[in-house]
Design a protein around this ligand. Structure first.
Ligand code: NAP
Ligand code: ZN
Ligand code: ZN
Length: 353
């Protein structure tokens, strides 16, 4: 077994603190990754505070993982020692059911093994995430990170990147489409970059007026504050597609009013509380309300290669692991520009002392 240094929440809502655990030695189809950086997703906060229910403690969060491959099993072909590798939200699935065969491992009928706050396919061994020194993972679930991408800024692509790239592709985002991105946080700022790169005319809908200059720097063509009077009236019927990344409860009906007939609103933000949707908000205009959950491994690799070609990475604030609890508090105040990324060298340095 491999002794691994990490940070964990001992129980729901407890501040994260140093923690060690053991994980399996790499098998013939596994790679061992020495973790360099791990992005901080709002899903880490939802889960460390057990806001979605069913959380498993102690919990080592983190599913935006980048590191160097330091060991490979004898049958591994995808990666070699020294390669830059990434791991997102999944570490295993049955790889045999229909969704798995369709490259939609996240919908594995046996239940995907999420990177943390889940169990491996034996349904006993808890999975532990990227706020840690190393990770052993089946090669199928390790991504090849193009060498041109800065590793710290590329880490958030493994969740925030694929989660916003996938719905834009599913809804065929293209030149001239009017796309609105709701919420300018980790997911939102990636949605803006991708939609702009696909040629869309992008509007950011934010609660924070202070983010306007950043939105425009990211490529957005327009910026509107949803808490200001008249915004929903002014933009009524305007958008082909709305990507909603908001982490807290809000009124979907209001945003559906911003779609043109036959337009679609895709929820990627995952507030814990349900929100009622009026039938008439959809019926008037044949509107579509949809959801999207991360993306399969093949699409995640496609997204990373797309990012290398289009020079897209995340805007990050790199922090030592010791600042993780502070980072959570800042994210809850919408004070993130636009993704915190943990430099795991801070963990290794502390462990060595
Ligand atoms: P984040 O960086 O904290 O950004 C969320 C943004 O939502 C905030 O910056 C804020 O933007 C806006 N917001 C927050 N509270 C709001 C409120 N009460 N009303 C309106 N807007 C509000 O979070 P993230 O990491 O991007 O994650 C966003 C959500 O996506 C989370 O719920 C997360 O769990 C979920 N998620 C889903 C998937 C998936 O597969 N579907 C994958 C990853 C994450 P402004 O300041 O611009 O208003
Ligand atoms: Zn995430
Ligand atoms: Zn499966």
């Amino acid at each position: 077994m491999l002794k691994t240094h990490a940070y964990a929440a001992a129980s729901a809502g407890q501040p994260l603190a140093p923690f060690t655990f053991e994980q399996r030695e790499p098998g013939p189809h596994d790679v061992l990754i020495d973790i360099l950086y791990c992005g901080v997703c709002h899903s880490d906060i939802h889960q460390a505070r057990d806001e979605w229910g069913g959380a498993i403690f102690p919990m080592v969060p983190g599913h935006e993982i980048i590191g160097r491959v330091s060991q490979v099993g004898q049958h591994v072909t995808k990666l070699k020692v020294g390669d830059m590798a990434g791991v997102g939200c999944m570490v295993d699935s049955c790889r045999d059911c229909q969704p798995c065969r369709q490259d939609l491992e996240q919908f594995c009928l046996k239940g995907v093994a999420f990177t943390y706050n889940g169990t491996y396919m034996d349904r006993k061994t808890p999975t532990r995430g990227g706020y840690a020194s190393q990770l052993v993972v089946a090669e199928h679930f390790a991504l090849k990170v193009p060498e041109g991408l800065d590793p710290a800024a590329a880490a958030p692509l493994l969740c925030a990147g694929i989660t916003t790239y996938s719905p834009l592709r599913q809804w065929n985002c293209k030149k001239g489409d009017r796309v609105a991105v709701v919420g300018l946080g980790g997911l939102g700022h990636m949605a803006v970059k991708f939609a702009v790169s696909m040629g869309a005319e992008v509007t950011v809908l934010s609660t924070s007026r202070s983010k306007e200059a950043d939105a425009r720097r990211l490529g957005a063509h327009a910026f509107e504050v949803t808490r200001e009077e008249g915004t929903f009236k002014k933009l009524a019927g305007r958008f082909d597609l709305i990507i909603d990344t908001v982490s807290a409860q809000h009124d979907y009906n209001q945003y559906l009013g911003l779609l043109r007939p036959q337009g679609a609103m895709v929820l990627v933000g995952a507030p814990p509380e349900p929100t009622p949707v009026a039938a008439f908000a959809l019926i008037g205009g044949n509107k579509r309300l949809a959801g999207s959950n991360i993306g399969g491994i093949a699409e995640t690799q496609e997204m990373l290669d797309y990012c290398a070609r289009h020079n897209i990475v995340s805007d990050v604030e790199v922090i030592p692991i010791q600042k993780i609890n502070e980072a959570y508090e800042r994210m809850l105040k919408n004070d993130v520009r636009y993704r915190f990324v943990i430099d795991l060298a801070s963990l290794n340095a502390a462990a060595a002392r």
